[in-house]
Design a protein around this ligand. Structure first.
Ligand code: C6P
Length: 416
């Protein structure tokens, strides 16, 4: 029996009108139902137009020229930094480093802070639910510096085992790095509590905010994070720009990551003096239009309201969990709706996740299938892959109905 349908919090029709791609028919008469925002989100016209306008009116390199266009481009780029800083309540805009994405931000911390501050036999604590981008950079560093990596286990319900975490802290780790929200289970981890516990044991904390910052209010000062990293493309912004927030003292003490233009104060043939933060970490011409686009994305999200976005996702994920649980043969991974963001990874008995995704695509329902760059988590769940539907501010409860209808079609095709 079909469940009682809840009401959307946001005016989804109005929101969808901001996203031109959502009007697209992916085949004749079939409109896209975009359920892959955890991979990358769609972009509203406000972001597209801001970038368009930048290229039409103000395009120039930044921090270099003194002509009108260069000054305009520089001001727009630096304004975006201020916008992002305010969005996460960073104490100062210079604590915002523009990188390419979350992955680059984590590699930056590993190869600068990590290379200087970590020594053989030092302990780094990660979790079993990390995305590869919060595992591999530490594995590379561990091989370079002979570090000891430890992992907070994920329990059967998709939560981190905080008792084991507590005992791992007895090893006096130098760093704890974890995701605030899992891109597979959707679990929202108790980041503030975990950060406090790490600090009490003297460790530095890096929080992967790739799946949290776009979806609910994140305040770096409240969290107490030493580093917070996220990607523009997962929050209605363009690809090619990401963020590293860091505590001022840490950033100032860290050596540069990449060498080249703009990251220096003075260069001689055999030596250089690094620039101050944030420029020390932004070597070469950055993704100027993209950073400006990210600023516009933040303005857009704030206009809709992060609390309203989170509430909308709660309604949708709650409904999705309920409807998925009614489909015989479907297993959903992760915790209850109350502790999760807008992600539902699942499998259908007897059908590979890729086949599920392919049949869904036939009805315009776009989901991701595979290991979602979290292979160790899939190993732990004892599955090779999962299909994943993920939700954002433009998804309605009707989109969930379309997902469920398409899953029933998979069952019909595979005679289940
Ligand atoms: N997850 C997904 O489909 P990048 O690729 O650098 O912008 O983001 C990496 C990343 C880091 N942490 C988490 C928790 C993530 O979810 C991601 C990206 C996408 O799940 C692409 S693999």
């Amino acid at each position: 029996m079909e469940s009682l349908k809840p009401t959307d919090v946001l005016d989804i029709e109005r929101i969808q009108a901001d996203f031109p791609i959502l009007a697209r028919e992916v085949k004749p008469g079939v409109k896209v139902v975009y359920l892959d925002s955890t991979a990358t989100t769609q972009k509203p016209v406000q972001v597209i137009e801001t970038m368009n306008e930048y290229y039409r009116r103000s395009n120039a390199n930044i921090h270099r020229g003194i002509h009108v266009l260069a000054e305009e481009a520089t001001a727009l780029y630096e304004d975006a930094r201020v916008t992002v800083a305010k969005f996460i309540n960073a104490p100062a805009a210079r604590q915002i480093i523009f990188t390419r994405n979350t992955t680059e931000s984590i590699n930056l911390v590993a190869q600068t802070w990590g290379r200087v501050n970590l020594n053989p036999a030092d302990v780094v604590i990660l979790t079993e639910m990390e995305h590869h981008s919060n595992l591999v950079p530490w594995q590379i560093l561990a091989a370079q510096k002979n570090l000891q990596l430890e992992f907070i286990p994920v329990d059967a319900q998709g939560y981190l085992d905080l008792e084991v975490y507590r005992s791992l802290l007895d090893l006096n780790p130098k760093l704890v790095a974890f995701t605030q929200m899992s891109n597979v289970l959707g679990t929202i981890n108790p980041a503030m509590e975990m950060t406090q516990m790490a600090h009490d044991s003297g460790a530095i904390v890096l929080i992967d905010g790739a799946q949290s910052v776009p979806h609910f209010p994140v305040d770096v000062q409240e969290l107490g994070a030493d580093f917070l990293v996220f990607s523009g493309h997962k929050m209605c912004g363009p690809t090619g720009v990401g963020v590293l927030y860091g505590r001022k003292k840490l950033l100032e003490e860290m050596p540069p990551f990449l060498g080249g233009g703009d990251m220096i104060k003075r260069v001689q043939l055999r030596s250089f003096i690094p620039n101050s933060i944030p420029y020390k970490f932004e070597a070469g011409t950055p993704a100027i239009a993209e950073a400006i686009g990210l600023g516009a994305a933040v303005d857009y999200l704030q206009q809709v309201g992060l609390d309203a976005i989170a509430a909308q996702e709660q309604v949708v994920v709650d409904y999705a969990l309920e409807r998925l649980s009614e489909v015989p043969g479907v297993t959903v991974y992760g915790p209850e709706a109350i502790d999760r963001g807008g992600v539902t990874a699942f499998n259908l008995d007897g059908v590979h996740a890729h086949d599920v995704a392919q049949v869904l695509d036939g009805d315009g329902v776009a989901v991701r299938a595979g290991h979602h760059c979290a292979m160790p988590l899939h190993d732990k769940l004892n599955i090779p892959a999962s299909a994943r539907a993920s939700y954002y501010l433009y998804n309605s409860v009707e989109d969930v109905d379309k997902l469920i209808d398409a899953i029933y079609k998979v069952k019909k095709i595979f005679r289940l």
